[in-house]
Design a protein. Structure first.
Length: 296
């Protein structure tokens, strides 16, 4: 009898999903259309936002991102739940393995319960739910990144605790992979805000927030590191909060010419898209895009 992972890969019982590389060609994503609740926010700070958000503009940017990805041959699953406003940041709500999704358990009270909307969307598209984080564990999808096909780096800090990392380790152990944890610097919400893998041996890092444990790990795995300074482009315009479309080819927020030049000088092909409304909600392209499948 075939294993569950083999059934997922075959595509007869389940819809194929997952990946073991953060930079392999992107094939399928989950986006969440901004709900009415975004326009109803009166106290942005209490909703984890940096300022008022223009709902029609955010919806237009969501549609533009979906169209841009479809033009690149990416399958876009567009969910439209009536939920709390931060549900638009689908990357946090789950993390995908080749055998199915690890469903998050959100650490912030404002986002508690958003996970069920991701679960409905994923299950409705035929993707299996491999694990649901529970108990005292908290885990958010932007805290887990494959550093190579057999190793997952999990950042622990504000949004993911040791028990959450253990839940991820349990899920990937069945796939012959392991988890290495790294502590995140104070003030950094997710691992994705510290390091972005751009190619099989290239990574960009937030220079001021890269902990020594992560720097040592990248060196041990032979990565060429592109350090980015903590300037306005990184901290406010979220230029490092990007989406890898294929090895050393990325889609990044418009308005970050310095980061773009740095990446292009390193051999990375860069395209841009306007996500200004999402920036007001304290997120970028990487946060918005729930990665479901990359080429194996």
């Amino acid at each position: 009898m075939a294993s569950h992972a083999e059934e997922v890969a075959a595509g007869a019982v389940w819809t194929p999903c997952g990946y073991r590389s953060e930079t392999a060609a992107l094939r399928s994503v989950l986006l969440v259309r901004p709900p009415d609740s975004v326009g109803a926010v009166r106290r942005p700070g209490a909703s984890l936002m940096v300022g008022p958000v223009d709902l029609p503009a955010m919806r237009a940017q969501c549609d533009a991102l979906a169209d841009r990805l479809r033009d690149d041959g990416v399958e876009v699953h567009l969910a439209a739940p009536e939920a709390s406003p931060n549900v638009v940041f689908a990357r946090d709500l789950f993390w995908m393995t080749p055998a199915g999704a690890v469903l998050a358990r959100m650490a912030s009270a404002q986002r508690a319960g958003e996970e069920r909307h991701a679960a409905l969307a994923l299950a409705g598209a035929g993707f299996p739910i491999l694990r649901t984080v529970s108990g005292t564990a908290v885990f958010e999808g932007a805290d887990a990144l494959w550093i190579d096909p057999s190793t997952v780096v999990v950042g622990t800090g504000f949004r993911t605790n040791a028990a959450g990392a253990a839940a991820v380790a349990s899920a990937v152990a069945e796939l012959g992979a392991r988890v290495v944890t790294v502590p995140l610097a104070p003030g950094v919400q997710h691992l994705l805000g510290t390091v972005v893998f751009l190619g099989p041996s290239t990574a960009a890092v937030h220079r001021a927030a890269c902990p020594p444990e992560l720097a040592a790990l990248l060196a041990a795995y032979g990565y060429r590191v592109i350090p980015l300074p903590p300037d306005e482009e990184l901290l406010v315009r979220r230029g490092m909060n990007l989406l890898v479309l294929a090895p050393e080819r990325v889609l990044m927020p418009a308005g970050c010419p310095g980061i773009r030049r740095t990446l292009e000088r390193a051999g990375v092909a860069v395209d841009e898209i306007d996500v200004g409304a999402y920036l007001r909600a304290a997120g970028g392209i990487g946060c918005v895009t729930g990665v479901v499948r990359r080429e194996h």
